[in-house]
Design a protein around this ligand. Structure first.
Ligand code: SAH
Ligand code: DHB
Ligand code: MG
Length: 221
C-alpha cells in the first residue's frame, strides 16, 4: 500500500459517492489560481462532514479555518432554511477568495465569514451571544486546536458535535517525545478529552489523497 493507492481510492470514492458541481469546481479552481495551499478536506471527508451536519439536524455551525471556502460550502449546504454557518479565517487574501466562491455558490446569506486570527474574533462572537453551535469543525492553525476546542465546548449544547481535523499527523500523535508543537497540541487535546466529563470522543485514523492523518469527533453529553 502506498500514497498512490490511497489517492486512487479517494478519487474513486469521490467519483462514485460524492456530489460535485460547478460551484465546487470553481471554488477549487479559484483557490488554486490564487495560490492558496491545496489542503481543503478531501471530497470523501467533506461528504462525511455534510452527513454529520445532517444527522445532527444542525442549524448553527462554527468553522475554524475557511481557506478557499470548500468545506464551508459543503457544510452550509447541509443546513436547513434559516441555518447559519460562521467561519473564521486569519488570512484576508484567502478570505476574499472564499467570500467570492461562497457568494457564487448562492450561500452569501448563510455563511458569515469573519476575518482575523480566531482567538481575536472569538470574543466578538461571545459578545454577540453566538451559538450554541450544533456542530463545530476545527481546521485552522493546529497548535491552537485545544483552545478552539475549549471555546467550542463552552458554546455547545447537549448533543453538539465537535470535529477536529489533522490530529494524527502522520502517526506522530503516538510520539510522546515529538518536538512538533502541532503534534503536542493534538496529544494535549486527547489528554484534555480524557479528563473532560462534558464530552465523549474518539479519533479515527485516515489515509487518502492527503496522506496519513485523522480526525477527532467529540459528542457533548
Ligand atoms: N477548512 C478548509 C481548510 C482550512 S486550511 C477546507 O477544508 O476547505 C487551514 C486554514 O486555517 C487556512 O486557510 C489558514 O489561513 C487558516 N488559519 C491559520 N491560522 C488561523 C487562525 N489563527 N485563525 C483562523 N484561521 C487560521
Ligand atoms: C494543513 C492544514 C490542514 O487543515 C490539512 O487538512 C492539511 C494540512 C497544513 O496546514 O499543512
Ligand atoms: Mg484540515
Amino acid at each position: 500500500m502506498d500514497q498512490e493507492t490511497f489517492a486512487a481510492v479517494d478519487e474513486f470514492i469521490g467519483r462514485t459517492l460524492v456530489e460535485h458541481d460547478q460551484a465546487l469546481q470553481e471554488t477549487l479552481d479559484d483557490a488554486e489560481v490564487a495560490g492558496l495551499p491545496q489542503i481543503q478536506v478531501s471530497p470523501p471527508q467533506g461528504k462525511l462532514l455534510q452527513m454529520l451536519a445532517r444527522l445532527q439536524g444542525a442549524r448553527t455551525v462554527l468553522e475554524f479555518g475557511t481557506l478557499g471556502g470548500y468545506s464551508a460550502i459543503l457544510l452550509a449546504r447541509a443546513l436547513p432554511p434559516g441555518g447559519r454557518l460562521i467561519t473564521l479565517e486569519a488570512n484576508a487574501e484567502y478570505a476574499a477568495v472564499a467570500r467570492a466562491s461562497i457568494e457564487r455558490a448562492g450561500l452569501g446569506g448563510v455563511v458569515d465569514l469573519r476575518v482575523g486570527p480566531a482567538l481575536e474574533t472569538l470574543p466578538d462572537l461571545a459578545e454577540e451571544g453566538a451559538g450554541p453551535f450544533d456542530l463545530t469543525f476545527i481546521d485552522a492553525d493546529k497548535v491552537n486546536t485545544p483552545d478552539y476546542f475549549a471555546w467550542a465546548l463552552d458554546h455547545s449544547r447537549s448533543g453538539s458535535l465537535i470535529v477536529a481535523d489533522n490530529v494524527v499527523r502522520g502517526g506522530s500523535l503516538a510520539e510522546a517525545a515529538s518536538d512538533d508543537l502541532a503534534t503536542q497540541a493534538q496529544r494535549r487535546l486527547h489528554e484534555t478529552l480524557a479528563d473532560e466529563p462534558r464530552v465523549t470522543a474518539t479519533t479515527i485514523q485516515t489515509v487518502g489523497s492527503k496522506g496519513y492523518d485523522g480526525f477527532t469527533i467529540a459528542l457533548v453529553r
